[in-house]
Design a protein around this ligand. Structure first.
Ligand code: R5P
Length: 260
């Protein structure tokens, strides 16, 4: 399929394609989830087929696993891979300290485990995800189904003590029925506004009975690749605290692909 991309998808696509340039022969990769990650998996598939690039991929969701297989990328479990050289994944928000909100697609539990088992994590996103402070995007929290209303109440109380009194907490729906994660859990979305101390909040949330994992990613992301609608690509490196600016290669074909 080759259709015209929307400006936002173009921005995601050029970020994803640039990030795939970091992949080297023999790497064990974590494959992220979401619309931006889908562009990355498609581009990786092209390199596997056209260049004979040898990699193995650990998908972070059933959706990514299906797409990777469709693309001819060898898929293994995290257990089989043992450890990963690199994970490339999208994000819902990224701040100047390389902290992230993830889980807009409900995949942050597997994504966090996979990123934690990787030497490096590259985050790919369109420029609109770059924020001064996290929290406008509702923070996803995966909770077990048993007693989820109690967990919701405990979350409310914890938020009250951290300057987020009255923050709405909504159970994510998929149409008429609750959204169920790949691990069989519910997702509660926390409408916080602005998070003042993401590191502390993440620790507090994960101590609440029933919480499996929250969508804050702290100290996991090493490089951020941001695509912009005008073709500019910004690459930010956490270790060196440098930002590089490039122009997307105008000769590379940019095609629209299915979301994952
Ligand atoms: O659960 C989903 C993931 O964390 C995604 O990587 C995140 O929601 C970003 O998705 P997208 O690239 O579609 O904006």
């Amino acid at each position: 399929m080759s259709t015209e991309l929307s400006p936002a998808d173009f921005a995601k696509c050029i970020a994803a394609r640039r990030a795939v340039d970091f992949i080297e022969d023999g790497m064990r990769l974590g494959l992220g989830t979401g619309s931006t990650a889908a562009f990355m998996v498609r581009r990786l598939g092209e390199r596997v087929r056209e260049e004979g690039l040898k990699v193995t991929g650990v998908p972070t969701s059933s959706r990514t696993a299906a797409l990777a297989r469709e693309e001819g990328i060898p898929v293994v479990t995290l257990e089989e891979a043992g450890w990963l050289d690199l994970t490339i994944d999208g994000a819902d928000e990224v701040d100047g300290d390389f902290q992230l909100i993830k889980g807009g697609g409900g995949a942050h539990l597997q994504e966090k485990i996979v990123a934690s088992a990787s030497d490096r994590m590259i985050v790919i996103a369109d420029g609109a995800k770059d924020v001064a402070r996290l929290g406008v995007f509702p923070l996803p929290v995966e909770v077990i189904c048993f007693g989820w209303q109690t967990t919701q109440k405990l979350l409310s109380e914890a938020l009250e003590g951290r300057g987020h009194a009255g923050a709405a907490i909504t159970r994510r729906m998929a149409g008429e029925t609750p959204f169920i994660s790949d691990e069989g859990n519910f997702i509660l979305d926390l409408h916080l506004g602005q998070i003042h101390d993401a590191r502390a909040l993440s620790l507090v949330l994960n101590q609440i009975p029933g919480v499996v994992e929250n969508g804050l990613f702290i100290d996991l992301c090493d490089i951020v690749v941001l695509g912009h609608e005008d073709g500019l690509v910004r690459i930010r490196d956490r270790a060196s605290r440098t930002t590089r600016e490039e122009r997307a290669d105008p000769d590379r074909p940019i095609n629209a692909f299915a979301d994952i």
